[in-house]
Design a binder for this molecule. Sequence first.
Ligand code: C5P
Length: 246
Amino acid sequence: APTAVVIVAAGSGTRLGYGLPKALVPLAGAPLLLHTLRGAAGAGLAQQLCVAVPAGDTELTELCRTFAEELGEGGLQITVVEGGATRADSVRAALAALAPGTGHVLVHDAARPLTPSDVFHRVAEALDRGAAAVIPAMPVVDTIKSTAPTEGDAAAIAAEVVTGTAVREQLRAVQTPQGFDAATLLRAHEVAAGWEPEQAAAITDDAMLVESLGTPVYVVPGDLQSFKVTTPMDLHFAETFIAAQG
Ligand code: C5P
Protein backbone atom coordinates (compact mmCIF):
# COMPACT_ATOMS: atom_id res chain seq x y z
CA ALA A 1 0.00 0.00 0.00
CA PRO A 2 1.18 3.59 -0.63
CA THR A 3 2.92 4.52 2.62
CA ALA A 4 3.58 7.82 4.37
CA VAL A 5 5.85 8.44 7.34
CA VAL A 6 4.66 11.26 9.59
CA ILE A 7 7.48 12.79 11.64
CA VAL A 8 6.35 14.89 14.59
CA ALA A 9 8.96 17.56 15.29
CA ALA A 10 6.82 20.34 16.76
CA GLY A 11 7.82 19.86 20.41
CA SER A 12 9.62 22.61 22.30
CA GLY A 13 12.36 20.39 23.71
CA THR A 14 12.73 22.49 26.86
CA ARG A 15 13.95 19.45 28.84
CA LEU A 16 17.16 19.42 26.77
CA GLY A 17 17.89 22.94 27.96
CA TYR A 18 19.30 24.19 24.65
CA GLY A 19 16.79 27.01 24.13
CA LEU A 20 16.19 25.49 20.70
CA PRO A 21 13.41 23.30 19.32
CA LYS A 22 14.57 19.77 20.14
CA ALA A 23 14.65 18.78 16.47
CA LEU A 24 17.36 21.42 15.84
CA VAL A 25 19.66 20.32 18.65
CA PRO A 26 22.98 19.18 17.17
CA LEU A 27 23.86 15.48 17.34
CA ALA A 28 27.23 14.38 15.91
CA GLY A 29 27.37 17.64 13.92
CA ALA A 30 23.89 17.48 12.37
CA PRO A 31 20.49 18.59 13.67
CA LEU A 32 18.48 15.83 15.35
CA LEU A 33 15.77 16.02 12.67
CA LEU A 34 18.27 15.37 9.87
CA HIS A 35 19.22 12.03 11.49
CA THR A 36 15.54 11.13 11.80
CA LEU A 37 14.78 12.13 8.18
CA ARG A 38 17.72 10.06 6.90
CA GLY A 39 16.58 7.07 8.95
CA ALA A 40 12.97 7.29 7.77
CA ALA A 41 13.94 7.82 4.12
CA GLY A 42 16.66 5.16 4.33
CA ALA A 43 14.14 2.51 5.36
CA GLY A 44 12.85 2.83 1.80
CA LEU A 45 9.19 2.15 2.65
CA ALA A 46 7.51 5.49 2.06
CA GLN A 47 6.40 7.57 -0.90
CA GLN A 48 5.85 10.59 1.39
CA LEU A 49 7.50 12.01 4.50
CA CYS A 50 5.28 14.55 6.23
CA VAL A 51 7.02 16.60 8.92
CA ALA A 52 5.14 18.63 11.56
CA VAL A 53 7.25 21.62 12.70
CA PRO A 54 6.57 24.28 15.37
CA ALA A 55 4.38 27.25 14.45
CA GLY A 56 6.51 30.08 13.08
CA ASP A 57 9.44 27.77 12.34
CA THR A 58 11.78 28.59 9.49
CA GLU A 59 14.92 26.52 10.29
CA LEU A 60 13.35 23.03 10.37
CA THR A 61 11.35 23.86 7.24
CA GLU A 62 14.57 24.92 5.50
CA LEU A 63 16.27 21.72 6.67
CA CYS A 64 13.45 19.65 5.14
CA ARG A 65 13.76 21.59 1.88
CA THR A 66 17.51 21.00 1.76
CA PHE A 67 16.98 17.32 2.52
CA ALA A 68 14.42 17.06 -0.30
CA GLU A 69 16.97 18.62 -2.68
CA GLU A 70 19.60 16.13 -1.51
CA LEU A 71 17.22 13.28 -2.29
CA GLY A 72 16.54 14.67 -5.75
CA GLU A 73 13.69 13.39 -7.92
CA GLY A 74 13.70 9.95 -6.31
CA GLY A 75 9.96 9.79 -5.91
CA LEU A 76 9.94 10.54 -2.16
CA GLN A 77 7.73 13.54 -1.49
CA ILE A 78 8.63 15.73 1.53
CA THR A 79 5.76 17.75 3.01
CA VAL A 80 6.07 20.24 5.89
CA VAL A 81 3.06 21.22 8.02
CA GLU A 82 2.65 23.47 11.04
CA GLY A 83 2.21 21.38 14.18
CA GLY A 84 -0.14 22.09 17.07
CA ALA A 85 -0.18 22.63 20.81
CA THR A 86 -0.08 18.90 21.58
CA ARG A 87 1.54 15.93 19.89
CA ALA A 88 -1.90 14.67 18.82
CA ASP A 89 -2.66 18.06 17.23
CA SER A 90 0.63 17.83 15.33
CA VAL A 91 -0.24 14.34 14.05
CA ARG A 92 -3.70 15.55 13.03
CA ALA A 93 -2.17 18.43 11.04
CA ALA A 94 0.13 15.97 9.26
CA LEU A 95 -2.69 13.54 8.46
CA ALA A 96 -4.56 16.35 6.74
CA ALA A 97 -1.62 16.76 4.35
CA LEU A 98 -1.22 13.13 3.26
CA ALA A 99 -1.35 12.32 -0.43
CA PRO A 100 -4.71 10.94 -1.59
CA GLY A 101 -4.68 7.14 -1.66
CA THR A 102 -2.21 6.75 1.23
CA GLY A 103 -2.92 3.28 2.65
CA HIS A 104 -0.44 2.96 5.51
CA VAL A 105 0.85 5.65 7.87
CA LEU A 106 3.86 5.30 10.14
CA VAL A 107 3.95 7.97 12.85
CA HIS A 108 7.46 8.60 14.14
CA ASP A 109 8.93 10.90 16.79
CA ALA A 110 11.62 13.27 15.48
CA ALA A 111 13.15 12.73 18.90
CA ARG A 112 14.13 9.13 17.96
CA PRO A 113 17.00 9.88 15.57
CA LEU A 114 18.67 6.45 15.66
CA THR A 115 15.74 4.09 14.98
CA PRO A 116 17.15 1.21 12.89
CA SER A 117 15.66 0.39 9.50
CA ASP A 118 14.70 -3.06 10.82
CA VAL A 119 12.14 -1.51 13.15
CA PHE A 120 10.44 0.36 10.29
CA HIS A 121 10.33 -2.91 8.36
CA ARG A 122 8.91 -4.98 11.25
CA VAL A 123 6.10 -2.44 11.63
CA ALA A 124 5.39 -2.28 7.89
CA GLU A 125 5.37 -6.08 7.59
CA ALA A 126 2.73 -6.43 10.31
CA LEU A 127 0.57 -3.90 8.42
CA ASP A 128 1.08 -5.93 5.23
CA ARG A 129 -0.09 -9.04 7.15
CA GLY A 130 -3.35 -7.28 7.93
CA ALA A 131 -2.86 -5.35 11.19
CA ALA A 132 -4.75 -2.04 11.39
CA ALA A 133 -2.35 -0.87 14.10
CA VAL A 134 1.13 -1.99 15.16
CA ILE A 135 3.64 -0.64 17.64
CA PRO A 136 7.30 -1.44 18.35
CA ALA A 137 7.95 -2.02 22.04
CA MET A 138 10.55 -3.20 24.55
CA PRO A 139 10.25 -5.06 27.85
CA VAL A 140 10.66 -2.77 30.86
CA VAL A 141 13.48 -3.26 33.35
CA ASP A 142 12.11 -1.13 36.18
CA THR A 143 9.12 -2.01 38.32
CA ILE A 144 6.31 0.42 37.42
CA LYS A 145 3.94 1.72 40.09
CA SER A 146 1.08 4.18 40.02
CA THR A 147 1.04 6.95 42.59
CA ALA A 148 -1.22 9.73 43.83
CA PRO A 149 -0.48 12.98 45.67
CA THR A 150 -0.65 12.61 49.46
CA GLU A 151 -3.29 14.45 51.43
CA GLY A 152 -3.74 15.56 55.03
CA ASP A 153 -1.19 14.31 57.59
CA ALA A 154 0.45 12.04 54.99
CA ALA A 155 1.53 15.12 53.03
CA ALA A 156 4.02 15.91 55.79
CA ILE A 157 5.76 12.56 55.13
CA ALA A 158 6.12 12.66 51.32
CA ALA A 159 4.45 14.24 48.29
CA GLU A 160 3.23 10.95 46.78
CA VAL A 161 1.98 7.56 47.88
CA VAL A 162 1.75 4.28 45.89
CA THR A 163 -1.69 3.24 44.61
CA GLY A 164 -0.69 0.07 42.77
CA THR A 165 1.99 -2.06 41.14
CA ALA A 166 1.64 -3.30 37.57
CA VAL A 167 2.78 -6.82 36.60
CA ARG A 168 6.14 -6.11 34.99
CA GLU A 169 6.08 -9.16 32.69
CA GLN A 170 3.02 -7.70 30.95
CA LEU A 171 4.40 -4.17 30.56
CA ARG A 172 6.12 -2.78 27.46
CA ALA A 173 7.89 0.51 26.84
CA VAL A 174 6.43 1.73 23.56
CA GLN A 175 8.47 3.36 20.81
CA THR A 176 7.81 4.71 17.32
CA PRO A 177 7.30 4.38 14.36
CA GLN A 178 3.76 3.27 15.13
CA GLY A 179 2.05 1.91 12.01
CA PHE A 180 -1.59 2.21 11.03
CA ASP A 181 -4.10 1.63 8.33
CA ALA A 182 -4.62 5.26 7.25
CA ALA A 183 -8.42 5.25 7.51
CA THR A 184 -8.28 3.74 11.02
CA LEU A 185 -5.80 6.37 12.25
CA LEU A 186 -7.82 9.21 10.72
CA ARG A 187 -11.00 7.97 12.41
CA ALA A 188 -9.21 7.58 15.76
CA HIS A 189 -7.88 11.15 15.57
CA GLU A 190 -11.28 12.53 14.53
CA VAL A 191 -12.87 10.94 17.61
CA ALA A 192 -10.10 12.20 19.91
CA ALA A 193 -10.44 15.74 18.52
CA GLY A 194 -13.77 15.88 20.39
CA TRP A 195 -12.35 14.76 23.75
CA GLU A 196 -12.46 16.94 26.87
CA PRO A 197 -9.17 18.86 27.43
CA GLU A 198 -8.29 16.75 30.48
CA GLN A 199 -8.68 13.50 28.52
CA ALA A 200 -6.86 15.01 25.52
CA ALA A 201 -3.93 16.05 27.74
CA ALA A 202 -3.39 12.37 28.62
CA ILE A 203 -2.76 11.35 24.97
CA THR A 204 0.87 10.24 24.74
CA ASP A 205 0.81 8.12 21.58
CA ASP A 206 -1.38 7.35 18.57
CA ALA A 207 -2.00 3.70 19.38
CA MET A 208 -4.03 4.59 22.49
CA LEU A 209 -6.54 6.40 20.28
CA VAL A 210 -6.93 3.31 18.12
CA GLU A 211 -7.24 1.17 21.28
CA SER A 212 -10.15 3.35 22.36
CA LEU A 213 -11.94 2.38 19.11
CA GLY A 214 -11.65 -1.26 20.19
CA THR A 215 -9.28 -2.08 17.32
CA PRO A 216 -6.47 -4.56 18.15
CA VAL A 217 -3.02 -2.96 18.34
CA TYR A 218 -0.28 -5.51 17.58
CA VAL A 219 3.19 -5.42 19.11
CA VAL A 220 6.51 -6.13 17.38
CA PRO A 221 10.00 -5.88 18.91
CA GLY A 222 11.46 -2.39 19.15
CA ASP A 223 15.17 -1.66 19.49
CA LEU A 224 17.39 -0.24 22.21
CA GLN A 225 18.74 2.24 19.65
CA SER A 226 15.26 3.63 19.09
CA PHE A 227 15.24 5.43 22.47
CA LYS A 228 13.72 8.91 22.65
CA VAL A 229 16.15 11.79 23.12
CA THR A 230 14.62 13.72 26.02
CA THR A 231 17.39 14.69 28.46
CA PRO A 232 21.01 15.84 28.01
CA MET A 233 22.05 12.33 29.10
CA ASP A 234 20.15 10.87 26.13
CA LEU A 235 22.14 13.14 23.78
CA HIS A 236 25.40 11.78 25.21
CA PHE A 237 24.04 8.26 24.77
CA ALA A 238 23.14 9.02 21.14
CA GLU A 239 26.62 10.49 20.47
CA THR A 240 28.13 7.31 21.91
CA PHE A 241 26.00 5.08 19.66
CA ILE A 242 27.03 7.05 16.56
CA ALA A 243 30.71 7.03 17.54
CA ALA A 244 30.58 3.25 18.13
CA GLN A 245 29.19 2.71 14.61
CA GLY A 246 32.14 4.66 13.19
O1 C5P B 1 7.17 15.56 24.36
P1 C5P B 1 7.48 14.22 23.81
O2 C5P B 1 8.92 13.85 24.03
O3 C5P B 1 6.52 13.15 24.16
O4 C5P B 1 7.35 14.42 22.24
C1 C5P B 1 7.41 13.33 21.35
C2 C5P B 1 7.46 13.85 19.93
O5 C5P B 1 6.28 14.60 19.65
C3 C5P B 1 8.65 14.77 19.68
O6 C5P B 1 9.29 14.35 18.48
C4 C5P B 1 8.02 16.15 19.57
O7 C5P B 1 8.69 17.00 18.67
C5 C5P B 1 6.62 15.84 19.07
N1 C5P B 1 5.63 16.87 19.44
C6 C5P B 1 4.96 17.57 18.43
N2 C5P B 1 4.05 18.56 18.76
C7 C5P B 1 3.83 18.88 20.05
C8 C5P B 1 4.51 18.18 21.08
C9 C5P B 1 5.40 17.17 20.74
O8 C5P B 1 5.18 17.31 17.25
N3 C5P B 1 2.96 19.86 20.32
